[in-house]
Design a protein around this ligand. Structure first.
Ligand code: MN
Length: 198
């Protein structure tokens, strides 16, 4: 049987996010780390009930029950979501997203809270802007944990595993976080996700 899970394409060229995220970082992060989660998951699901499920079902149904399958499946989803959260030159929030940001306390507050979550996540993990019941919230999750199993709809994420920034920023996670938030956030992607939120 063919492998059930495949590495989704990057939505841009490997050099597209330079100089904030180098081609070298993206090459390892997408080509090695993201690929490894796909390779691992394909091995782990062989002959199991998870083999014929979609990725989001695998994530929801393995959470709290099968750590190996959950970690690899969630990391596939989280990374694909992260690539789409970034865009060369960034963008500006508009429409309903802009209204939700105003209700949150404004764009500067949202960016500041997002940066704080990303900088203070202890160890490996993710920072998120999410929506719940029409309201925005900022979250951080450890390791492979994802809002997909927490009842919130993810709008944007930043990967704060060291492999996301170490080649470019070494230990300076705050510099990586600030540069991504100032220059790369794809608010059009956030708006699309908000439109799908319940
Ligand atoms: Mn990563």
């Amino acid at each position: 049987m063919a492998d059930p899970f495949t590495l989704p394409p990057l939505p841009y060229d490997q050099k597209a996010l330079e100089p904030v995220i180098s081609s070298n970082t993206l090459g390892f992060h997408y080509g090695k780390h993201h690929q490894a989660y796909v390779t691992n998951l394909n091995k782990l699901v062989q002959g199991s009930e998870f083999e014929s499920m979609g990725l989001e079902d695998v994530i929801r149904k393995s959470h709290g029950k099968n750590a190996g399958i959950f970690n690899n499946a969630a990391q596939i989803w989280n990374h694909t979501f992260y690539w789409h959260s970034l865009k060369a030159g960034g963008s500006q929030p508009g429409g309903k997203l802009k209204e939700a940001i105003e209700a949150f306390g404004g764009l500067e507050k949202l960016k500041a809270d997002f940066a704080e979550a990303a900088k203070t996540q202890f160890g490996s993990g993710w920072a998120w802007i999410a929506a719940r019941g029409g309201k925005l919230e900022v979250l951080k999750t450890g390791n492979a944990e994802t809002p997909l199993v927490g009842g919130a709809t993810a709008l944007l994420t930043i990967d704060v595993w060291e492999h996301a920034y170490y080649l470019d920023y070494q230990n300076r996670r705050p510099d990586y976080v600030s540069a991504v938030i100032d220059k790369l956030l794809n608010w059009d992607f956030a708006a699309e996700n908000l439109a799908k939120a319940k």
